[in-house]
Design a protein around this ligand. Structure first.
Ligand code: HH2
Length: 283
């Protein structure tokens, strides 16, 4: 594939999000079992309070999820997922928050966008039957993420030839299908899927060579916050991975990420302020 002119903004419904400086996506998991914050915001009112706090701390986007995708996680039926996320999505959208729905199911995408979500974040890159057509019918922005296998089994000895090339080719092909189905280029962001069917070495190769993904022209989003690769490097459990998460976010931005998906918005925003003040640049 040839290198393409970079997209400088993300069209998400009526919002045009400027991506010339790095953006922060705050995570709100309305789940009992997410790997880091599972159960903390399972009650919709607590999820809303948390989302409002993340927004006040400087999150540009709030990513609402109702199904954990941690290694070993079991799938959740669509009606259960909808009951978890819809009240949170609707209330946040009503308050003017730029909301992303983290789901792989077309029925959840459709209902969440109707309730006000402006972004569909899919760890399966719209691979479910009808997912591309469902999103195409909306004006929503989309994040296409790479995952090898299924959450239940994805960490069982993942093998790649050149992981960066495999991920880049997969994401380019998914983005091309989206464009062919009517999702314009400015609506698409890509994500290498740190920790999704990858060893520590694979994740580090992807982070070191994020620039290879950026040459597709699609803005790159990275989620490394609190993940096990940071545990492998720091020796810390998820609760003590904040310093490693900040370093991971800044390193991703330095290598070309335009958006970082994080659990700790205030700390990330503070770090980015310092980064920018001293001329931290994006490659
Ligand atoms: N990571 C997780 C979930 N969704 N979406 C994108 N685009 N990129 C990611 O790296 C990503 C994602 C996993 O983190 P979390 O939501 O905190 O955990 P869980 O899946 O256990 O709910």
């Amino acid at each position: 594939m040839t290198d393409a002119t970079p997209v400088t903004h993300w069209v998400c419904g009526r919002t045009r999000l400027d991506l010339t400086s790095p953006r922060v996506m705050g995570v709100v998991n309305v789940t009992p079992d997410s790997f880091f914050d599972g159960g903390h915001h399972f009650d919709p009112e607590r999820a809303l309070d948390h989302a409002r706090r993340l927004r006040a701390e400087g999150a540009d986007i709030i990513d609402v999820g109702g199904e954990s995708t941690r290694p070993g996680a079991m799938p959740v039926p669509p009606d259960v997922e909808l009951a978890r996320v819809l009240p949170v999505v609707a209330a946040l959208a009503e308050e003017g928050v730029l909301v992303s729905i983290d789901t792989t199911k077309p029925e959840v995408m459709r209902e969440a966008v109707t309730a006000g979500a402006a972004i569909v974040n899919d760890v399966r890159a719209l691979c479910a039957a009808d997912a591309v057509a469902t999103v195409a019918r909306t004006g929503a922005g989309v994040c296409l993420m790479h995952m090898r296998g299924e959450p239940r089994t994805m960490q069982e000895d993942p093998v790649y030839g050149d992981v960066v090339r495999t991920v880049r080719d997969f994401l380019s092909a998914r983005a091309a299908e989206c464009e062919a189905m009517g999702i314009v280029r400015e609506r698409i962001v890509i994500d290498p899927g740190i920790g999704f069917g990858k060893t520590v070495a694979h994740n580090l190769a992807l982070l070191r060579r994020l620039g290879d993904l950026a040459t597709t022209g699609y803005p790159v989003l990275v989620g490394v916050s609190r993940k096990s690769t940071l545990g492998a490097l720091s020796g810390q459990p998820p609760a003590d991975r904040l310093p490693a998460s900040i370093a991971g976010a800044l390193a991703a931005i330095a290598r070309g990420a335009r958006i970082v998906r994080v659990h700790d918005v205030r700390a990330t925003v503070d770090a980015l302020r310092v980064w920018r003040a001293v001329g931290g640049s994006v490659t």
